[in-house]
Ligand binder design. Structure first.
Ligand code: SF4
Length: 163
């Protein structure tokens, strides 16, 4: 049984991004072709449509959303509360990771996303970035899974080498 990686689905070219696009990443697509990658989109798993309004975390970060202190709101003017969808998506993603346990080496997640961000997420009120994880990344990390940022090319190259 070979090694497996859970990855943000947009990184393999699936059009699950809020605007209907993707974030294709050459190295991860290559690993997907070799059957080593399980793509997951927490926001779709949380019941949100594609395309969907962009959303941001109102509060510190994904950890604060998990603890009930933060919220996730759309930033399309309606400020719709989508916290429940983000939480549901994070727990469904955790379910996938738990299924793969034993073979799962790491989760490679899309940087800056309110679900998948690893080191950086957007400030709620501005377009600036701040330190923090998205909701799904925070949950996977809290449960002990190894999380790698989609921008950490060196680690991705090292991990995917030979798989
Ligand atoms: Fe990609 Fe994650 Fe956003 Fe889905 S939730 S589109 S997997 S960054």
């Amino acid at each position: 049984m070979g090694k497996l990686f859970l990855v943000s689905a947009c990184l393999v070219g699936l059009n699950c991004k809020y605007n209907g696009g993707n974030n294709e990443h050459e190295l991860i697509v290559g690993a997907f072709r070799r059957g080593c990658v399980v793509p997951v989109c927490p926001e779709q798993l949380g019941g949100l449509p594609t395309p969907r309004p962009p959303a941001k975390i109102k509060g510190r970060d994904g950890k604060s959303v998990l603890s009930g202190k933060g919220k996730v709101l759309t930033v399309d003017g309606s400020l719709t509360d989508v916290t429940e969808n983000f939480l549901r998506g994070a727990y469904e993603t955790l379910k996938v990771a738990e299924f793969l346990k034993g073979r799962l080496v790491a989760c490679i997640l899309k940087e800056k996303s309110p679900s998948c961000g690893v080191k950086k997420i957007y400030e709620f009120d501005t377009d600036s970035l701040k330190e923090g994880m998205g909701v799904a990344s925070a949950l996977l990390s809290e449960k002990g899974f190894k999380i790698i940022s989609s921008e950490d090319t060196e680690s991705i190259e090292k991990l995917l080498k030979g798989v």
